[in-house]
Design a protein around this ligand. Structure first.
Ligand SMILES: [Mg+2]
Length: 259
């Protein structure tokens, strides 16, 4: 597939395919976090099929959405079918959170609150070395409460990291409750610090692509409004799907809801 020619219907069909796949993979591996995978999969697909170039970096700070990342990396041909098929099995390189050294993964993540600091460091190195390329990082809205996020937020402004783009998967849930900080608060904090902040529909491919490609003199925060479990109506915005995994007859029922 020619990346530059990928259009919106293609992304939608990839999204449907990967959503169905994720139901099957989660059930087979008895893996949690399908709700989170489905809230950020459209962002990951847009990044990998429309935006990321060879000089760019991507960090999945919300490491618990690893299976969504693996699905995209597999679809892109970056990880092998054998590795992809090993999820949930003993000795698999594709763990419940991304591990450093796995193909397509630059940083081990999952301990929340660190991705923005790492991304800021990578963006700073690029800037000092006069390298082109943008560093992208996907944050959960829950982890935005962490103190380290605010340290990195201010650091990025001081260092004028205009090739740093943070995306917040704003599904309004964290763990077993609503997020401590809502999107409005996150927007205010980052805007006040000097970031360029855009708020978009995190399931609209046109909006996602436009926001990811927009230029700014400041670091950019994209607040992507998303829905936990998006694409499977009976899962959407239901807290239990942060940790539950589909099983038994529910697998084909969930798949039949995806269109
Ligand atoms: Mg969340």
């Amino acid at each position: 597939m020619n990346m530059g020619m990928t259009n919106v219907p293609d992304l939608k069909s990839i999204a449907n395919e990967l959503r169905k796949e994720l139901v099957v993979v989660h059930a087979a591996a008895n893996a949690p976090h399908i709700g989170s995978d489905l809230s950020c999969i459209d962002i990951l697909i847009t990044l990998y099929f429309k935006v990321l170039g060879k000089n760019d970096h991507f960090i999945l700070s919300k490491g618990h959405a690893a299976l969504a990342l693996y699905a995209v990396l597999h679809k892109k041909g970056i990880i092998s079918a054998d590795d992809y098929g090993s999820i949930g099995k003993d000795g698999s390189l594709l763990a419940e959170h991304p591990l450093h050294g796995m193909k397509g993964v630059e940083v081990a993540t999952g301990s929340l609150g660190h991705g923005l600091s790492i991304a800021a460091g990578m963006a700073l190195v690029n800037k000092r070395d006069n390298k082109s390329g943008t560093t992208y990082v996907l944050l959960g809205d829950g982890e935005c409460q962490e103190g380290s996020i605010f340290e990195a937020m201010n650091f990025a402004v001081r260092e004028r990291l205009n090739h740093l783009v943070a995306i917040v998967d704003s599904n309004r849930w964290q763990g077993l409750d609503r997020t401590l900080l809502n999107a409005e608060t996150v927007n205010k904090e980052f805007s006040a610090a000097g970031w360029t902040v855009n708020e978009i529909d995190g399931h609209n491919f046109d909006e996602i692509a436009a926001a990811l490609k927009s230029n700014s003199d400041a670091p950019t925060l994209i607040i992507a409004n998303t829905i936990l479990g998006k694409g499977i109506k009976s899962m959407e915005d239901k807290l239990e799907w942060h940790y539950r995994s589909p099983s038994g007859n529910s697998v084909k029922d969930f798949i039949s809801e995806i269109s």
